[in-house]
Ligand binder design. Structure first.
Ligand code: ATP
Length: 360
């Protein structure tokens, strides 16, 4: 396994696009530590696959370099990078049996027959296909075929990294959870460097130790699920992580307060958003509470939605939408104010978090 260093990577698909400043990756400068489990998370078109293909060698970046350990691999072919890949759709040999498919990457590398047998048996057990070991892959379901693909990626012990490109897309919803847990367990056992591309936040947050959030061709934050939830570095992270996402409220700053849609919110901050064109307050709906009229900021309640053990309250403050999540069973008077939990407010200047402590 290897540490992967992406050194000031930029990529445009054609020289014309580069000339027009149209980069699929605007700048990525990042290290994937040896043995880490990472997820690349972001909406369609943000550059996840481009970045993954640069790591695997299917693409050469327009600018910057990539190193595995000490070796510069920027211009090495995928074969010479010694990487295992699992794609969205299973890549397996239909005419081979399940066991033969798993054995194939080991045979290619001339692993001794006895060891192949042991490792194939172990992998069959892990992916739950022992009973079908001798069946041809042809007749299997999409789930089962993708499990073979996963098994083929995981069975090699000599790879620098394993890359997953939305591997659970074809898997039945009830199987997804099981396979994700299995992957996580395999990772903690073998400490392989894994990079997992997805646009599904649940998949990213449950699989990865560190989530790399991408937006519009750049990495906007790398963090643990807790960091992404509590201190989003960019308003996009606040909006994209969490359900519902963070409230992002345009504001102006005054001495000791932020003004949101004409309402004064007591607020102070150590940092200073110098020369910002736009300032915003970010607060998670979980930290917006409903209080009796007269005790907070007056709002009108537009809608209440029941979602299991919680209720989502959609309020409006002079046209500004504000979402609150309250426990089920809590009374919601039509005439309510809202209050923001002290310490849960983040300040953003031109979409980026202003570092420093807040005082409510
Ligand atoms: P998805 O989740 O839909 O796969 P993604 O985050 O993986 O999206 P990419 O496929 O990396 O995003 O695409 C990043 C940008 O590069 C997009 O604007 C896309 O249109 C563009 N792009 C991707 N492949 C090419 C190509 N071969 N030629 C030109 N532009 C491309």
């Amino acid at each position: 396994m290897a540490r992967i260093r992406l050194d000031h990577i930029r990529h445009a698909y054609t020289p014309e696009l580069a000339k027009a400043g149209n980069y699929a990756l605007r700048e990525v400068d990042h290290v994937f530590e040896d043995g880490g489990a990472y997820a690349l998370l972001g909406p369609s078109g943000c550059g996840k696959t481009t970045l993954l293909n640069i790591i695997s060698g299917l693409l050469t970046p327009s600018e910057g370099s990539i190193r595995f350990g000490e070796e510069d691999v920027t211009r090495l072919s995928p074969e010479r990078r010694n990487i295992a890949q699992v794609f969205q759709f299973p890549v397996i040999y239909d005419t081979m049996t399940v066991a033969q498919n798993l054995a194939f990457p080991l045979k290619n590398r001339k692993v001794p027959a006895q060891e192949i047998e042991t490792r194939v048996a172990d992998m069959l057990r892990r992916i739950g296909l022992e009973a079908k070991a001798n069946r041809k892959a042809q007749g299997l379901t999409a789930d089962e075929k993708q499990k073979i693909s996963l098994g083929r990626g995981l069975i090699r012990s000599d790879v620098n990294a394993i890359l997953f490109d939305e591997p659970l897309t074809v898997i039945d919803p009830h199987m997804k959870w099981q396979l994700r847990s299995e992957l996580k367990e395999l990772h903690s056992q073998f400490r392989m460097t894994m990079v997992y591309v997805t646009h599904d936040q649940t998949e990213a947050l449950t699989f990865a130790d560190k989530v790399v959030v991408m937006y519009d061709g750049q990495v906007v934050q790398i963090g643990t699920p807790e960091e992404l939830f509590e201190r989003p570095r960019h308003t996009f992270v606040g909006y994209f992580i969490g359900s519902p996402g963070m409230n992002i409220l345009p504001c102006t700053l005054e001495e000791g307060a932020a003004v949101v849609s004409g309402a004064r919110v007591p607020f102070g901050h150590d940092g200073s958003p110098k020369n910002a064109a736009r300032t915003e307050l970010g607060i998670r709906p979980e930290f917006v509470s409903l209080v009796p009229r007269g005790q907070g900021i007056p709002v009108s309640i537009a809608r209440v939605e029941d979602v299991g053990p919680e209720r989502i309250v959609r309020a409006e403050l002079n046209g500004q939408k504000i979402v609150s999540v309250v426990p089920e069973g809590m009374p919601i008077p039509a005439e309510s104010d809202i209050a923001f939990a002290p310490g849960a407010l983040n300040l953003y200047a031109d979409s980026w978090l202003v570092e420093g402590r807040t005082r409510a």
